[in-house]
Design a protein around this ligand. Structure first.
Ligand code: OGA
Ligand code: NI
Length: 286
């Protein structure tokens, strides 16, 4: 990606970042550890299984809406916060043995890359480069997906269509395709490139930029041949952050009202497949 032209960083499709500074060996090793985690026997993972979204490290299946969703998704998911590291790491999986060490380094590098991208986005928007640097990017969540081969991919999805609710996502796809983005009325596959992060604009970046940056709808399709593993590194605001369109980016009237980020999440999860309903709730009345 050519960051010298960052004023053109109006993202309506996923952008992929190459040559960015996260060592290739670390990307490979992390993906290996993620795969090993899901390959372990159930006894080694069972203690992490939880249906309570508040659990700080949780293994689950399908989505947080399991009880309410009409069609279950063909995926298992391990997710945990990564910041502050010394508090979070003790809840992370103890197996594979090297999980904590490898993943800690990976998340530190991913955060550095995410902050660098956010600095460039800020400059592109005409904001000071540290604009997103503190509370707006305080939360870091690693979400690792495992999609087993699906006997009939026409019957379900790996993840149904959604926009990410956070500020910015770095998605590490592994080497099996499945991710699709919605563009001009059709679903387009984002082919995995080796050791590359797909950068997704989250809902909060769309709101703060007053629609100058757009969050893209995406989903995951399954296949009947091979398992797919992916890891999303979600950078987002602290729950008590006040989110609103940045004044200098508002021309006439803001598109959205001010709200607390935790209220966004409360409204997001029950409606996550309908981005218009999610965003409509936070539209400005003016
Ligand atoms: C997600 C997501 C895509 C993928 O977890 O929010 O969009 O490729 N994942 O697994
Ligand atoms: Ni997503």
């Amino acid at each position: 990606m050519d960051f010298s032209r960052v004023t053109c960083f109006v993202i309506d499709l996923c952008k992929q970042v190459v040559n960015y500074g996260v060592p290739e060996s670390l990307m490979n090793e992390s993906m290996d550890v993620f795969k090993e985690f899901f390959e372990m026997p159930w006894e080694d993972k069972a203690m992490l299984y939880s249906e309570d979204p508040k659990n700080s490290c949780r293994l689950s299946t399908s989505s947080v809406n399991y009880a309410r969703e009409k069609i279950h998704h063909w995926r298992d998911n391990l997710r945990h916060p990564c910041h502050p590291l010394q508090d979070c790491i003790k809840h992370w999986p103890q197996k594979p043995i090297r999980y904590r060490e490898v993943v800690a380094t990976y998340t530190i590098e991913a955060k550095k890359l995410g902050l660098r991208i956010l600095e460039l986005v800020s400059e592109g928007l005409g904001l000071e480069s540290r604009f997103f640097g503190d509370k707006l990017s305080e939360s870091e969540i690693l979400s690792i997906n495992h999609y087993p081969p699906c006997p009939d991919p026409s019957l379900t999805l790996g993840v149904a269509k959604h926009c990410d609710p956070n500020l910015l996502t770095l998605l590490h796809q592994g080497d099996v395709s499945g991710l699709q983005v919605f563009n001009n009325g059709e679903w387009i596959g984002v082919e995995p490139l080796h050791n590359v992060f797909v950068v997704n604009i989250g809902n909060q970046l769309q709101i703060i930029s007053n629609n100058k940056l757009k969050s893209v709808e995406h989903r995951v399709v399954t296949n009947s041949r091979v398992a797919r593993t992916s890891a999303g590194f979600f950078i987002g605001p602290s729950e008590d952050s006040i989110i609103e369109p940045e004044k200098s980016l508002v021309d006439d009237a803001p598109f959205y009202r001010a709200f607390e980020f935790k209220d966004f999440l409360l409204h997001y999860f029950p409606n996550l497949e309908d981005n218009e309903v999610v965003m409509g709730h936070f539209k400005s009345q003016a």
